[in-house]
Design a protein around this ligand. Sequence first.
Ligand code: FRU
Length: 445
Amino acid sequence: MIRKNKKALTAIALATSIIASGIAALPAFAQAGDQTVNWTREDVSKIELNQDNTLPTIDISKLDKLAPGYHMWDTWPLMDRDGNIASYKGWKVIFALSAPNDVLPGKVHDIATIRYFYSKNGKDWTLGGELFPKGTAFGQRQWAGSAMLDGDQIHAFYTATGREGQAQLTYEQRIATATGKIVADSNGVRFENWDKHRIILEPDGKYYQTVEQAKQGEGGGYAFRDPMWFKDPKNGKEYILFEGNSGGIVSERPFKQEYAGSAGYLQQHPVPAGAAHANGNIGIAEVVGGDLNNIKMLPPLVEANYVNEELERPHVVVKDKKYYLFTDSHINKYAEGITGPEGMYGFVSDTLIGGYKPLNGSGLVIANPADNPYQAYSWLVTPELNVVGFAQFGDLNGMTVGEIGNQSPEFQFSHFGGTLAPTVKISLNGDTTKIEKILPQGWIK
Ligand code: FRU
């Protein structure tokens, strides 16, 4: 994906020559805070598929469709306020983005709706229905989120994508919440008594790019989505993590050496102009005093400027007093000149805010196998280190994801999973990770 932008080119040329001449790098357009860590081009250059990070090839056409009549993709479990998988009257609950299964895979994002499922054993799921009564949620459609149970109250967080009421499909993303009540008996689970939905976070334009800023960038990503609720066990403070893009417009984001890595690496690996469009980041906001009406936007935890456009569904798991920050990204979201697999990536730190280092040196934790590169996606790690993802595209015989849309509907349907993938068990050991084993499809706990 080569994008031309003269202003960016000039900025890069200028910055590179300044770095080469030994003068300090250009002053940054102030997006990042002190806490913000760069995921660098040098980190990404260390990516290698090996047996600790690469999934075995599976035939996704053989998987059970867990949501009869629907495609399902991004999935998240109901958690309790302390971040454990919740159990209510013996039931576990998961939520998933969904669309009727006669919709082409490439179109599902345009009509996504959140549906929920319940299970006694955390493996065999019954479709409960839509999470919210029709017409009550913000957005033309709803994208990924999280859900937290406090007593019998559920706080649901989601992405409101597009503006409700607009005739044309639009891509603005806002973070919304609603509080309802969980009701369960021996037959199953339902949700009722939803209060009025509220928008709780919108991009500020400084740390996080607005849709208007993105439109001035001649290409590149725009994301402000995937709210993930998190409570820091060390001090009880509560947060929402989300996927964003660094603030400002592309011409205001001059290249800095720290985006590439070390001076030595940069010398050997010049940064192409088109890389300027990649500005994915992992955002965080504090829910002050646990009050959802008092949310304070904070600088991003990680930025991938000139590295990657989308750091999706960020979430944190705490183990051995360390914070493991995970995110998902696609092959085609890497900046020009570098590459990585459709995979789950991660960082580790001793504190929730600041100090993150890429896991395994490069950041790669889970990769699809090279012979089935789009096999699964949108992985989420539970506190038990079970990684839940969905089956994406299989058996493409070298075709890229961009080419799938040009194939016949039959081809597209028969190569799309649209259901949960087998769960992946990982282990975490300091700053390294390992795929331990493959568990049954849909296994949460
Ligand atoms: C990841 C994702 C999420 C988004 C959803 C939209 O699979 O891109 O970031 O919420 O899909 O369908």
